[in-house]
Design a protein around this ligand. Sequence first.
Ligand code: AKG
Ligand code: FE2
Length: 327
Amino acid sequence: MDISKETIIPSDYIWPENEQPGITTVHDPGFRVPVIDLENQDEERLVKLIAEASSEIGLFQVINHGIPSDLVEKLQRVGKEFFELPQHEKEKYSKLPGSVEGYGTTLQKEDEAKQGLKKGWSSHIFHKIWPPSAVDLTFWPKTPSSYREVNEEYSKYLKIVGDKLFKYLSLSLGLEEHELKKGVGGDDIEYLAKINYYPPCPRPDLAFGVPAHTDMSAMTLLVPNDVPGLQISKDDRWYNVDYVPNAIIIHIGDQIEIMSNGKYKAVLHRTTVSKERTRISWPVFLSPPSEHIVGPFSKLATNENPAIYKSKKFCDYAYCKLNKIPQ
Ligand SMILES: O=C(O)CCC(=O)C(=O)O
Ligand SMILES: [Fe+2]
């Protein structure tokens, strides 16, 4: 049974008052996350703006990133069409136990809540899109039929944006331009695509799409549809992130926080849902390959500023994070 068709919200989706978005969101019209033009300014200024955004907030939007807007529209169309398929069609791609890739939802009755844990109001699918050796097409929707072609095309463009951002972030940390990408895994960096599908919710003041978290990636590149819902935490307050047409939202994730030895902060974020409209987002998580060891750069962990994070394999980091074991 599909909970999202109900008019009353079940208690598993109602968060405690001290977390509810209706109570904890700050409505500050003056708050804006930085919007950075990747094309029309000199590199020195670009690097400075990225350094500020990454150290102060851990999130920024980029425009003039080089991905054609009609390609982004196609990506959005094929993703939306997949989620509008009947439930049993989507379940053909269901995650297998222990796997990251595949379809999942919290919006079916059969999905019982874990003891005392609240649920998000969303469905999702994950599949890797890069490098080609990591791609397993069994998790890519076959309907609509253009899904694969559009996602392959998008991956090529996104890879170029990813490389550019690694270069500017590297320079902004005072490293050589290739160092950050190399530290995350070079050409083996994995691009894991996700689609979040948040149907209308009868009580958006009480529920979350995705509850508060930081991404365990190095960074995340996300396109949303035009329904706002992303919120970030800054100085213990929650703010809405504006929808900026044609922008890509960049999140600094845990691995860059670690490599920068805390100079850059993984952004704490969450999503709200809408009473009338379906929100959809397309994040891609750029992460080290699982056996790759990540730790603070030696240049950024000095005698005056010692390393505050351990070095460990990405798979061990992920295991601890998912099982809530201290790092
Ligand atoms: O939907 C969004 O804007 C953010 C989703 C998100 O944070 C995630 O999937 O990790
Ligand atoms: Fe996230």
